[in-house]
Design a protein around this ligand. Structure first.
Ligand SMILES: *Cc1c(COP(=O)(O)O)cnc(C)c1O
Length: 416
């Protein structure tokens, strides 16, 4: 039984796909390069069946877990890495790094405007402040973007000169902001500006949504520590939970004392039965990320053909897997999200409705039908229900399924 997609929309999809051969070839070439990196690292570290066993209880001497950390370090050009299911999400991995390196009296600078929503509660910008960095006497400063929505390099240079500044946070992906995502090269330029004005400061990069979209990672262009989530890009759609930190060994150790406790650090944290999924997910990740990136590009092209504004536009080079589509009306947002939901392999029969999510100032609608709860490497769409009624789309485990999801969304949009 074919899915209910009109001939008009199917034709539109074919037209969009035909126009994207150059983009797709570029994305495939990156996936091939990154696959070679991953395969080579697996071989260097002699990955073997015995590493998939994992540990229980305290989790001492988990060979698979430790080797996976070494593989991530190699892939990211980093001294060290810690890859753990014990991180409950990306926010936890990023917070462990922040609490790990900062001390009372220190200043944290966010270089690219406000950080991701969930980190604002960690820092103490939003929420009741209980347990936040602020409550522990860490001062937060923010370098806003320029009026053109780009990084303010002179502003960053000035902000980091204060010797009380201990760490600078850079966010690679746009998250739910309207600015463009940063290329790794751009992150390198920002790192250089920071270094030349303060050689002692730690540069931390929130790497969420960026892994394997390019052929290098921020640790290769000057970042001291990068952090991310395993239910996004590097988990390849198979990791059931977790996060990672990678970078300077002393800073990875700092994060480890916060992931568990001082004195124990990374020695503990059983992997249970998950090592195989984490290895296999990493093996698939370059390919999976390419599938998600192609889905994003395809969505942009289809929506452009229908007359909508997209960001990035379909022909633009990608730095993360997020696609913004400006749908302009609440009805269009709901229809689009219903279409995405109807294309999911799981929960396709449910109807997403806007609801008041904790931490947001307006109702949010979310469409997702994923094998891993909340996994945004799987096709998903969400939108705050407020002007300019922009939907954020990400993921797609396979381009074929991603494409069908987009066609169903386009169909729902047109079926007035
Ligand atoms: C997803 C994400 C995070 C962490 O989110 P979790 O939901 O805690 O995994 C942080 N920063 C950015 C930019 C993200 O996209």
């Amino acid at each position: 039984m074919p899915l209910q997609i009109s001939d008009r929309v199917r034709a539109l999809g074919a037209q969009a796909q035909d126009a994207l051969s150059e983009q797709f070839a570029r994305i495939d070439a990156i996936a091939e390069y990154n696959t070679q990196k991953v395969l080579s690292a697996f071989q260097t570290h002699k990955v073997a069946e015995s590493m998939f066993q994992g540990t229980t209880g305290y989790g001492y001497d988990d060979l698979g877990r430790e080797t996976l950390g070494a593989i991530y370090a190699d892939l990211f050009g980093a001294e060290d890495a810690m890859v753990r299911i014990n991180f409950v999400n990306g926010t936890h991995a990023i917070s462990s790094a922040l609490y790990g390196v900062l001390r009372p009296g220190d200043v944290l600078v966010s270089a690219i405007g406000a950080p991701y929503d969930t980190l604002q509660g960690v820092i103490g910008i939003t929420g009741d402040g209980n347990g936040s960095l602020k409550e522990f006497g860490i001062t937060y400063r923010q370098v806003d973007l320029t009026p053109e929505n780009t990084p303010d390099l002179p502003g960053i240079a000035q902000a980091v000169q204060d010797p009380a500044v201990k760490a600078v946070l850079i966010q690679r992906s746009r998250g739910y902001a309207t600015r463009a995502s940063l290329s790794v090269a751009r992150i390198g330029e920002i790192c250089q500006v920071i270094r030349s004005h303060n050689p002692h400061v730690y540069i931390l990069v929130d790497n969420c949504y960026g892994e394997f979209v390019e052929t290098t990672e921020p640790t290769q262009v000057g970042a001291d520590l990068i952090m991310g989530s395993l239910i996004k890009n590097p988990g390849g759609g198979l990791a059931p939970m977790g996060g990672y930190v990678a970078g300077r060994r002393d800073l990875v150790e700092c994060a480890a004392t916060r992931m568990t406790v001082p004195g124990i650090g990374r020695e503990c944290g059983a992997s249970l039965g998950n090592n195989r999924a984490l290895y296999q997910g990493l093996f698939l990740a370059p390919h999976t990320v390419a599938q998600a990136t192609k889905t994003a590009v395809f969505a942009a092209k289809v929506m452009e053909l229908l007359g909508y504004r997209t960001d990035p536009m379909s022909q633009e080079i990608r730095h993360d897997i997020i696609q913004m589509i400006h749908l302009e009306t609440p009805e269009a947002v709901e229809r689009f999200c219903h279409g995405i939901q109807s294309g999911a392999p799981v929960d396709s029969y449910v109807t997403p409705v806007p609801w008041d999510m904790p931490g947001y100032d307006c109702p949010v609608i979310m469409a997702a039908g994923a094998f891993i709860q909340g996994a945004s490497i799987e096709l998903s769409a969400d939108a705050p229900m407020r002007p300019p009624y922009t939907v954020y789309l990400q993921g797609g485990l396979t381009y074929e399924s991603g494409k069908l999801g987009i066609l169903l969304a386009a169909d729902a949009l047109l079926r007035k």
